[in-house]
Write a protein that binds this ligand. Sequence first.
Ligand SMILES: O=C(O)CCC(=O)C(=O)O
Ligand SMILES: [Fe+2]
Length: 199
Amino acid sequence: MEAFLLECLAVHNDLLHLLEEALHLSPNALTSRCSAGNGEVRITHYPPVPIRQLKTGSTYRISEHTDVGILTLLFQDAVGGLEIEGQTKSSEFIPIESSNLNEMIVNCGDTLQRWTANYLRSANHRVTYPPGLQDEDALIPARYSVGFFGKANMSASMAALPEFASRLEDGVDIDERTAQEYYNYMHERTVAAPAKVSA
Ligand SMILES: O=C(O)CCC(=O)C(=O)O
Ligand SMILES: [Fe+2]
C-alpha cells in the first residue's frame, strides 16, 4: 500500500510538471505548492444495490461532487457507473468507460481550479447505475475503486498563481487562505451538507 502511495505521488508530480510546461508556467509553479508530498489513497467498496434504489435517488453510490485536492488519480473495476459532468453550459453527465482495468482516470480538483483562476475546471462527478442496465429489479453488483487524492502543502496559498492573475477581477486574488484552512472549511461543509459540494 505504501509503495502504491509513493508511486501515485510520483505520477502526480510528473503530471503537474507536464501541466507547468503545457501552460507555460514558471518551473515548479505548481509542484512547489505540493512539495511535502501530501496525498491519500482511498479504497471504496460499494455494496450490491437494487438498480431501482439508484434510479429513484433514494440511495447514491456517491452523489455528485468535486474533489478538493489538486489531481485525483482514479482506478475502477469493470462494474461501471462513474459519470463526469461535461463543462459546457448545457452539459450532462457522461458515463466513463470501465472495461479496461489498466486505465487511470485523472480528475482536476478544486485546488487546481483555484490556482489557475478557473482556467482548469474541477471535475464534477458521481457514481450511479452502470449504463445499459434497464431492469429495475436487477441488483447492481458490488463495485470497488481506488483513488489517490493529491493535496497541497498545508501552508500553501490557495490564491491563483500570478500567471493567471489577469483572469481575476482587478487582477488580484483576495483569497488569503492556506490549503489547510481551505481543506478544513470544505470538510466542514461536506459534513454539514453532503448532497452537493463544489469549490
Ligand atoms: O468510486 C469512484 O469511482 C469515485 C470515488 C470518488 O469520486 C471519491 O472518492 O471522491
Ligand atoms: Fe470524487
